[in-house]
Design a protein around this ligand. Structure first.
Ligand SMILES: [Zn+2]
Length: 301
């Protein structure tokens, strides 16, 4: 019998670091960088450097001296007990590890320890933010990193900005013992997932969930319930899992959003998760959709 319980923590969540939000002054960070116990993980173009034992490779921050690093320099991830942990984005990965050791978190996420995955995902999202948001949204002048990379400040008007998180509602739509799953345009044949969409300004999570299911699949739903959420670092989504009850069951897809959507029986879904059925391709375990379906299977057992 396959275990169908939800992973704890949800993949990419459960970051164990103390972010030390009130202790990020420049002198203090300089002192932390020099501590013997300090460590740094390495990224290259959003990929994470993996070392011995399949864990993120760690070096002392001073090992970066003399090497080119990407803006904004070291990001202070936080304290791991008494050990400060930093992240650097390197320019020449081969100076530290074979380039193929820098791997996408999409590809290896399921193989990393949950805490390593959470730490690496947060580092990836922070670097992505510094890479795309280099100018002040108020006056257009360049911004600089502050507080070890968790804040930016404009060099012109002084306005502060903070890392962006984009909320997405992702829905577990059920009709008794059937679940609604869909396939986006361009997805591999057979790949099916929970419907999802960005939350619009002015919407509650529940409003967005109900609207998205209607827009994408033409199904009317009610009674939104929050289940659990997941930081998804591609580049910085917050996936918010919502259960919905179907009011209508006829499907009318919006072809811009979906190529296909249908109701799957619990037995069809369970067979896929127990690797004895092929009604659709099982999503990677690190996705919240996979975890939401596990949740539904265990709740309806
Ligand atoms: Zn400005």
């Amino acid at each position: 019998m396959t275990d169908i319980s939800v992973d704890s923590p949800i993949p990419f969540s459960g970051d164990p670091l103390d972010y030390a939000e009130n202790d990020r002054g420049p002198e203090h960070l300089q002192a932390l960088l020099g501590k013997t116990s300090a460590r740094a993980i390495l990224l290259f173009k959003g990929r994470i450097g993996i070392g011995d034992g399949g864990r993120p490779h760690r070096i002392h921050p001073s090992d970066l001296i003399g090497h080119d690093i990407m803006s904004p320099g070291p990001i202070f991830l936080g304290m791991e007990g008494k050990r400060p942990l930093f992240a650097f984005s390197v320019v020449k990965p081969e100076e530290f590890l074979p380039e193929e050791n820098f791997v996408s978190l999409r590809g290896i996420g399921g193989n990393l320890k949950p805490t390593d995955l959470a730490i690496a995902g947060r580092a990836k999202s922070l670097f992505a933010w510094h890479f795309t948001d280099k100018f002040c949204i108020a006056c257009g002048q360049q911004t600089v990193s502050r507080d070890g990379g968790v804040k930016q400040q404009c060099t012109g008007c002084g306005a502060e900005s903070f890392p962006r998180v984009n909320p997405v509602a992702i829905m577990l739509v059920s009709d008794g013992d059937r679940l609604l799953l869909g396939r986006g345009p361009g997805w591999p044949d057979g790949a099916m997932s929970c419907l999802a969409g960005f939350i619009a300004p002015g919407e509650s999570v529940g409003d967005a969930a109900v609207r998205e299911v209607m827009e994408e699949a033409g199904v009317k739903t009610k009674n939104p319930r929050y289940l659990f959420s997941q930081p998804w670092p591609f580049p910085a989504q917050l996936m918010i899992g919502v259960a919905l009850d179907a009011v209508t069951t006829e499907i009318k897809i919006d072809p811009k959003e979906l190529e296909e959507a249908r109701w799957f029986s619990r037995e069809e879904i369970l067979a896929v998760f127990e690797k004895r059925g092929d009604a659709f391709l099982r999503l990677p375990r690190q996705t919240i959709a996979h975890q939401l379906v596990r949740h539904w299977l265990s709740e309806t057992a």
